[in-house]
Design a protein around this ligand. Structure first.
Ligand SMILES: O=C(O)CCC(=O)C(=O)O
Length: 312
């Protein structure tokens, strides 16, 4: 695997960012986010994981040392319960809106930046092959307009043995790639079918931001350490481009809601902020309501009804 080509945030310009992304489909920008802001999120996440019994009880939770026998991941019910508590953390949602990251997004987006409101926290136990995220393109999962980007943010310094993200450089130039669905919990691109130039990777530190295009193939490296790897990935795009509403609402049956997410928050500044933007949803609310009547399967009709009911 070749090393990431990185840009120091002090040297970042619209041209360097755009040309790196156009060429390789990713840009690793060093030291964008204030370390204190990243550490505050790490601290809140580690407290939840400690209380859940995932971390070695004799060690500092910030060390993230995995407790023996605690390993779990999606879709284990125990994982989902703890994940939900992490997802509800106010600081986790605030990090993608940090002004320093916003300035980077402004360089990339032509009109107005939309930060997708559902960041994903990755809580990756070590030495557990089934929990390693396989090659995929985010467009397969998010839909909408392919002109969106993911920002991958490590919550601590993440050496290669702790399992940071790796990228298939140049893969964004090959369009939408084949994902195997089969009976996989999460669709993936079979390694031998992934098209691109070369896999790149390396250490990603707290404060760095790894940005990549929705069509860029990426995967996690295995976590071979003794510690959980904790990171956040969030998506952003030009607010004038089409957005799939599943990125705004909770389409599943779990009963998640923004009301529950926000119930412990101190501030309402980042609550429902996207409702103040004139978004172009595809499918629209009316189309979702029609699908809730006409879709072929009960589960699909129920999902569309749930989605429509959460849109204003
Ligand atoms: O962090 C991971 O393990 C996977 C992240 C990912 O797939 C993404 O950011 O889209």
């Amino acid at each position: 695997m070749q090393a990431f080509s990185a840009i120091e945030s002090a040297h970042l310009t619209r041209e360097t960012l755009r040309s790196q992304l156009a060429q390789d489909g990713y840009a690793l920008i060093r030291q964008v986010l204030p370390k204190a802001a990243v550490r505050a999120v790490l601290s809140d996440v580690a407290s939840v994981l400690y209380a859940a019994g995932w971390l070695e009880s004799q060690a500092d939770p910030l060390e993230r040392i995995a407790k023996e026998g605690a390993a779990c991941g999606d879709p284990d019910p125990a994982f989902k319960r703890t994940y939900q508590q992490v997802f509800n953390l106010e600081k986790l949602h605030a990090l993608p809106h940090e002004p320093a990251l916003r300035r980077v997004m402004d360089l990339l987006v032509d009109e107005q930046v939309l930060v997708h409101p559902k960041p994903i926290a990755r809580l990756i136990f070590p030495n557990c092959e089934r929990l390693v995220v396989r090659p995929h393109q985010d467009y397969e999962f998010m839909g909408g307009d392919p002109e969106f980007y993911t920002a991958w943010i490590a919550l601590h310094d993440c050496p290669v043995e702790a399992g940071p993200l790796r990228i298939l450089a140049g893969s964004h130039r090959f369009g939408i790639q084949y994902h195997e669905h089969g009976n996989l919990h999460v669709p993936e691109i079979p390694a031998e079918r992934a098209a691109g130039d070369t896999w790149v990777g390396g250490q990603v530190n707290a404060g760095d931001v790894l940005i990549f295009h929705s069509l860029t193939v990426h995967a996690a490296s295995p976590n071979l350490s003794q510690k959980l790897r904790l990171s956040l990935d969030c998506r952003f795009q030009d607010a004038t481009r089409v957005l799939n509403p599943s990125n705004l609402v909770f389409a599943g049956q779990s009963g998640k809601s923004w009301g529950k997410t926000y119930s412990g928050w101190q501030s309402d500044a980042l609550q429902f902020y996207w409702k103040r933007l004139p978004l172009r949803l595809k499918p629209t609310k009316a189309e979702l309501e029609a699908l809730a009547q006409t879709a072929g399967q009960d589960a699909a009709r129920e999902k569309y009804a749930r989605m429509a009911s959460q849109l204003a």
